[in-house]
Write a protein that binds this ligand. Structure first.
Ligand code: UGA
Length: 487
């Protein structure tokens, strides 16, 4: 099948390369001249494991070629399927639809009358409602018949996107316009190498299937972070708690790692945009608000933990930060917790020296954050440091020789923002070490007994006498009868 993919960012380039790998003849279409030039030289504009290999291998076969968005007729006129994968986030917690509308305006008039238009970008619900009319008007103006229009949301993670595309857990199609169901049949056959269930839904259901998945993942992470706070107060270890919870098939253990929270271009934006949209419609969004706030709070907690471990203000202290990208396996810095943490440390008067294994991330970080010092190795970032922070759990940091690190630092102090290291091992290496929701080495319980008494007597746990029986069987935290107060 002949496919044109418009927009060669993280989503589009992975889609283009993977479809070419499956044997389709793919034209990747890009508007940014520098990005296009790089791709034509066989260089990737960003880091994504396995993708460079695909691009390098497929270009000489002719199954993957690159074209400029300046020549839309050339780019899409022979395609059976045109997939749009242009950006729809404004990078500031809001939607932007101008790029998508411009892209549709330039390509839709040139599409064959038997071709299918597929939107893979995440779209705001308002645009989905307008999409059929918008495409219809463009076709009418061009004097051509309407074409099938579908959504095909992506569920790929940066750092594992090639794997997620080639071996998906589900493939979802949302019908914007496809009265004869010809479009959906064509697009299903694009994916005939995948063995995942294919779900055909209304466009708005498909859009919410994508949004709902990301909101739930974000909620899991903020839940784990809130739970970690409680664990920390009571001296429990959140990793052990989650490991036990994970045996319950209704819960599962993934996306429950506590730490400095989620970053990237997807989860933070989509939580913020959903909360805003709900607010604009006067719908309650308390949960999504809380998910967002908990996530922001984790970054602040990281800085407070550093302050506590250095036993004083951070002014004049040298802090080594390990990791800049929002997670390992990518060079993406979008809404990376590292940048917020580094900015907060700099605002407190600390000297911040950061290292990340990705050279592109190092270059972008220093350009983004004036005052940040970039080191060329983890050793360099740690040398002479009064404290260190592990921000991204890159394998080179988890496998680091921490006894050696302790000798490099002025004072061996480390806050582990990803719960990636072993507290006992770090203590053994001479570190004052803290992480999220895990007892520090040798710690038995963190909460003094009087504090536990206060919790039991606190109004939070006052029960409506009418509900006593039910509550007692639910949570086991019911106060003794003499402690109860009227609700
Ligand atoms: C996310 C979703 O996971 C993908 O399914 C989705 O397709 C994609 O957004 C998208 O909408 O395009 P991604 O942004 O690549 O993928 O990153 P995630 O793997 O979801 O990680 C997000 C952040 O959460 C990272 O900063 C990570 O460190 C953090 N995280 C993850 C935690 O703090 N705890 C966890 O337990 C898991």
């Amino acid at each position: 099948m002949r496919v044109s993919v418009i927009g060669l960012g993280y989503v589009g380039l992975v889609t283009a390369a993977c479809l070419a790998e499956w044997g389709h003849r793919v034209t990747g279409v890009e508007a940014k001249p520098e990005r296009l030039a790089k791709l034509r030289r066989g260089q990737l504009p960003f880091h994504e494991p396995g993708l460079d290999d695909l691009v390098r291998r497929l270009r000489p076969t002719g199954r993957l070629r690159f074209a400029s968005a300046d020549k839309p007729a050339y780019a899409v006129r022979s395609a059976d399927v045109v997939i749009t994968a242009v950006g729809t986030h404004d990078g500031n917690g809001g939607w932007q639809t101008a790029t998508m509308l411009d892209c549709l305006t330039s390509i839709v008039p040139h599409m064959r009358s038997d071709a299918v238009l597929v939107c893979r970008s995440t779209l705001p619900p308002e645009l989905i409602a307008r999409l059929r009319g918008f495409v219809g008007a463009l076709r009418e103006k061009a004097g051509k018949p309407m074409i099938p229009v579908l959504l095909n949301p992506e569920f790929t993670r940066e750092g594992a996107a090639v794997h997620d595309f080639m071996d998906p857990e589900r493939i979802v199609f949302g019908i914007v316009h496809d009265p004869q169901e010809t479009g959906v049949e064509i697009v299903k056959s694009l994916y005939d190498r995948a063995s995942a269930p294919m779900l055909v839904q209304s466009a708005i259901d498909a859009a919410f299937a994508k949004l709902g998945a990301n909101l739930f993942l974000a909620t899991k992470i903020s839940f784990a972070n809130e739970l970690a706070q409680l664990c920390e107060a009571y001296g429990a270890n959140v990793q052990n708690v989650v490991a036990a919870m994970a045996y319950d098939g209704r819960i599962g253990g993934r996306f429950l790692s506590a730490g400095i929270g989620f970053g990237g271009s997807c989860l933070p934006n989509q939580v913020a945009m959903t909360a805003r949209a709900a607010q604009a419609m006067n719908l309650p969004a308390d949960l999504f608000d809380a998910v967002y706030q908990v996530n922001r709070r984790q970054r602040q907690i990281f800085v407070e933990k550093l302050e506590r471990l250095v036993e004083g203000p951070l002014r004049g202290k040298r802090v080594g930060l390990l990791g800049l990208t929002f997670k390992p396996g990518t060079d993406d810095l979008r809404d990376a917790p590292s940048l917020a943490i580094a900015a907060a440390l700099l605002a407190e008067g600390a000297t911040v020296v950061a290292y990340d294994p990705m050279p592109t991330a190092r270059a972008l970080a220093v350009a983004t954050l004036p005052g940040l010092i970039i080191a060329d190795s983890a050793e360099e970032a740690l040398t002479g440091a009064d404290a260190a922070g592990l921000v991204t759990e890159w394998p080179e940091f988890t496998a680091f020789d921490w006894a050696h690190a302790a000798r490099l630092m002025r004072t061996p102090v480390l806050v582990d923002g990803r719960n990636a290291l072993d507290p006992e091992q770090l203590a053994g290496a001479g570190f004052r070490y803290d992480s999220f929701g895990r007892p520090q080495a040798g710690q038995v319980t963190a909460m003094p007994l009087e504090a536990v008494d206060n919790v039991v007597a606190s109004p939070l746990f006052v029960l409506d006498p009418a509900l006593d029986g039910a509550a007692a069987s639910v949570d086991g935290m019911q106060p003794a009868p003499q402690e109860r107060q009227p609700a």
